[in-house]
Design a protein around this ligand. Sequence first.
Ligand SMILES: Cc1cc2nc3c(=O)[nH]c(=O)nc-3n(C[C@H](O)[C@H](O)[C@H](O)COP(=O)(O)OP(=O)(O)OC[C@H]3O[C@@H](n4cnc5c(N)ncnc54)[C@H](O)[C@@H]3O)c2cc1C
Length: 368
Amino acid sequence: MVPVARRMDLEDYYPRDLIKDLGKQGFLTPSAPPEYGGPGIDLRGGSAVVVEELSRYSPTLGFITEIVNDNIVYALLRYGNNRQREEILPKVASGEWVASYALTEPCCGSDAAAIETRAEKRGGGEWIINGRKIWITQGAYADIYLLFARTGPREARHRAITAFLVRRNDCVEVSRLEMMGMRGGAGEAEIKFNDCVVSDDDVLGNVNEGGFRIAMVTLDLARIGISAVALGLSQGVLDEALEWAKTRTAFGKPPLIDWEWIQFQLADIKARLEIGRTVTYKAAWLYDNKDPSFVLYASIAKLYTAQMAVDIARDGVQILGGFGYSKESFSERAYRDAKVLEIAEGTNEIQKMVIHKILMRGLPEVEL
Ligand SMILES: Cc1cc2nc3c(=O)[nH]c(=O)nc-3n(C[C@H](O)[C@H](O)[C@H](O)COP(=O)(O)OP(=O)(O)OC[C@H]3O[C@@H](n4cnc5c(N)ncnc54)[C@H](O)[C@@H]3O)c2cc1C
């Protein structure tokens, strides 16, 4: 993964073969049960351990994995009918099909209840979909989209949104976008759906109320996945900083690690990382044990670890000096990659809104 990860960043290269390998080895969809081609491990093992370890070397691959696993596989497992699960899950799990989660639009990201992409019902159980999605991870390469569309009036907001499984064909128009970090697949496409035809059988969950619920449930899970990306990325920065400080000399006093400032910086990074790890694994454990308070801890973990990763990556660059600012170092890439963790799967501000709402009204009803 290490050389590929570097190439992904430098050339904005999408590692199709590596994604297939991850699929074959069960890393791409850790939560998919064996009958659908995955290893079937729980959230703590999958979205935490697997995503964290991938992100230690390639935060982009960790990010892609968490989206496929938490946003798409969980949605199919929980809301898919037998046909959808049997046809789609094995292909996604094996890496044969690339799957994207298409919720965000140019009009609206945080305010997902305002999406404008429309699905109109016509005779014979057919739906016609028109609209635009933006910042869609793996969107340029997707064979299938889990797409959210409006199926009623705008004023009905979240009560008129439905989820569809849309196969890629000529009705899908893709424009590539250049991103600051997570290059090589993440957030890199704007997608137009022009008169795409799907059938009743491609609806995931219930028409109208079902779509928004699926989006919210999967976003809750994905917050644990994003936290795991933050942990792996930060661990990679710490590994690099530690190695560098052990060998780098300055002012004729080898090595750098003998300076107290460096020792305190490294100790501080480790302390923050372990706090983030504890709350992330607690959130995953609560989910695996069907405890509704996982929603609160998932938001706390995401809020804390995303900020933590940005801070740790900045500190890592500082410890490495000029090398840290060069594209030769992991920390340089990590610094750019980390920023999106404060934006995707619900921004930091949205996490604060969730936490505040729970403080005021208690836990929401959660489907577990
Ligand atoms: C690399 C990358 C990958 C992505 N991958 C996907 C993907 O695969 N699928 C997908 O559907 N989307 C994806 N996204 C989109 C991402 O989920 C959205 O960018 C995110 O939800 C924020 O939405 P927005 O960009 O529209 O910002 P906005 O919602 O316009 O927010 C702008 C700013 O205003 C703040 N804000 C908004 N509302 C409030 C409020 N009520 N109170 C206080 N502050 C507020 C936000 O926190 C933010 O700081 C990706 C984005 C990136 C960058």
